[in-house]
Ligand binder design. Structure first.
Ligand SMILES: CC(C)(COP(=O)(O)OP(=O)(O)OC[C@H]1O[C@@H](n2cnc3c(N)ncnc32)[C@H](O)[C@@H]1OP(=O)(O)O)[C@@H](O)C(=O)NCCC(=O)NCCS
Length: 202
């Protein structure tokens, strides 16, 4: 039977919090604090932005993405970046392109908030589905962070992955240049990352 759902993106409301909490508990092995969830509702803080993907008619929530705009740690140039804190699609709705749509939408929203030079996030090194999705959207591995996550008393490595936002500029002489050439230093996700060097350590 044809799926007649119409997926829309919207902001989080207070009434969503219980569902957003249970969605995070279903999707992620990492446990998030009450402070984290409260920050999603705090519109006055310059903190987290939450995007909810829901069916227009039934209001079923399929996925969620939270991000913030921050200064790149240890950056000389005071560069600004979008950091994706959490992102996922409910099991029943996977492999239909919703994850890709949600991530693309979130990146566009970040670019509206501020001029950022990259989008970055952390992903467990064995999360093949997410890594394949990031790769398909042009993300690259920046570094491997050993023992980054503590899950059920076990340490797990993470990749820091990034997507450089390319914005072409024309300078006064008429030459075209792009931010990518200034900042990019990462490799395609399929290649083995180096074992050292990191930024965006959270
Ligand atoms: C990762 C996740 C968000 C993908 O969501 P999704 O809606 O199923 O992804 P999409 O249908 O948009 O898939 C887009 C592409 O990602 C890749 N992909 C997605 N799931 C995959 C899987 N299980 N195995 C291999 N590749 C996969 C494919 O390249 C896919 O393109 P294709 O369908 O044309 O082959 C989802 O699996 C999820 O929520 N996982 C649990 C939470 C999580 O790990 N979040 C990321 C934390 S960093």
């Amino acid at each position: 039977m044809e799926d007649t759902r119409r997926w829309i993106f919207r902001d989080i409301h207070e009434r969503d919090l219980p569902e957003v909490i249970s969605l995070h508990e279903e999707l992620f092995p990492v446990k998030y604090s009450r402070k984290f969830y409260d920050s999603l509702l705090d519109k006055n803080s310059a903190g987290m932005v939450t995007i909810i993907m829901q069916d227009l008619f039934s209001e079923t929530i399929a996925g969620v993405c939270t991000f913030r705009i921050q200064s790149t740690p240890n950056s000389f140039l005071k560069a600004r970046e979008g950091y994706i804190a959490t992102f996922g699609i409910k099991t029943d709705f996977r492999r239909q392109g919703l994850g890709r749509n949600l991530l693309e939408f979130a990146i566009k929203e970040m670019e509206k908030v501020e001029e950022i030079y990259r989008v970055c996030l952390h992903v467990k090194t064995d999360n093949d589905a997410a890594i394949a999705l990031y790769k398909s959207l042009g993300f690259m591995i920046k570094s491997r962070l050993y023992n980054h996550y503590m899950i059920d008393n076990e340490e797990h490595d993470a990749f820091e992955v990034e997507k450089i936002i390319v914005r072409e500029r024309v300078d006064v002489s008429g030459s075209v240049w792009s931010l990518k050439s200034v900042f990019s230093s990462s490799r395609p996700v399929s290649q083995k990352p180096s074992d050292h060097g990191s930024c965006c350590l959270m």
